[in-house]
Write a protein that binds this ligand. Structure first.
Ligand SMILES: [Zn+2]
Ligand SMILES: [Zn+2]
Length: 256
């Protein structure tokens, strides 16, 4: 079983999982990186998974469908191109011998879904699209802070060893913000150094691991005393969980 992030556009990753010559891809915003990988690794594409409707996650669908005829699954609650099979909370879908559970994780978009699966002999895999990033989370384009906080709570409940496969390489800028929020978080400083070294070699910082994210990602830590105090210091809010989370997200939007 192999898990590979294929770079696309300026900072997207199209995740490719393959086993015994069969492959699945997640969020192919562009077809060419996928077609190139299938050719060079001699793979047959037999499943395409979509997390949400944004063009940088769906733009390659028609060309891939034409080239491979692989079935495409995507969120039931979003407008998808014709032929995309709908999935929602409680559904599952199998690819490369792995059964992926579907979670509704609204916030970035209103019908965003995520896929979690446990391959044999490998740590679990989470394809979380633009909901959870390493050190950050997606912008709230269509959903509310309450929805995003609930969605991140759901993802946080998966096993700590879960490989977090995010759809963008936003890690270094996210960690710079995280450091502003928690300047004394040693795990955060160590992770930032690790990621700086990876980027200096042109390597992806992903997949991350859920147990690391729980230690370093302010959006998974918005109930921690220090994160809360830091947010309150930036902009006073009520102590309500969703209000603190909303203020944290706003702070990130304003952070240069
Ligand atoms: Zn998006
Ligand atoms: Zn995106």
């Amino acid at each position: 079983m192999n898990l590979i992030p294929l770079p696309a556009f300026s900072d997207n990753y199209i995740w490719l999982l393959h086993h015994n010559g069969k492959a699945l891809v997640v969020d192919p915003g562009d077809s060419q990186p996928v077609l190139d990988a299938l050719a060079s690794l001699h793979l047959v594409l037999d499943l395409i998974l979509i997390t949400h409707h944004h063009a940088d996650h769906t733009g390659g669908l028609s060309a891939l469908k034409a080239a491979t005829n692989a079935p495409i699954y995507g969120p039931a609650k979003e407008k998808m191109p014709p032929g995309v099979l709908p999935l929602t909370q409680g559904d599952s879908v199998t690819g490369c011998g792995v059964e992926f559970q579907v979670q509704d994780v609204p916030g970035h978009t209103s019908g965003h879904i995520a896929y979690w699966g446990q391959p044999q002999g490998m740590d679990p895999i989470l394809f979380c699209g633009d909901t959870l990033f390493s050190g950050g989370c997606g912008r709230l384009f269509e959903g509310t802070a309450t929805q995003m906080l609930d969605s991140l709570d759901k993802l946080s409940a998966f096993p700590g060893a879960t490989q977090v496969c995010c759809a963008h390489e936003y890690t270094l800028s996210n960690l710079r913000f995280a450091r502003q929020v928690e300047p004394a978080n040693q795990a955060l400083l160590a992770h930032e150094n690790h990621c700086l070294a990876l980027r200096a070699q042109g390597l992806p910082t992903l997949p991350s691991r859920l147990d690391i994210e729980l230690k370093i990602n302010p959006f998974l830590r918005s109930r921690h005393e220090k994160v809360r105090a830091s947010v309150q210091n930036y902009r006073a809010t009520t102590n309500d969980d969703a209000a603190v989370f909303a203020a944290l997200r706003q702070w990130k939007n304003e952070f240069k």
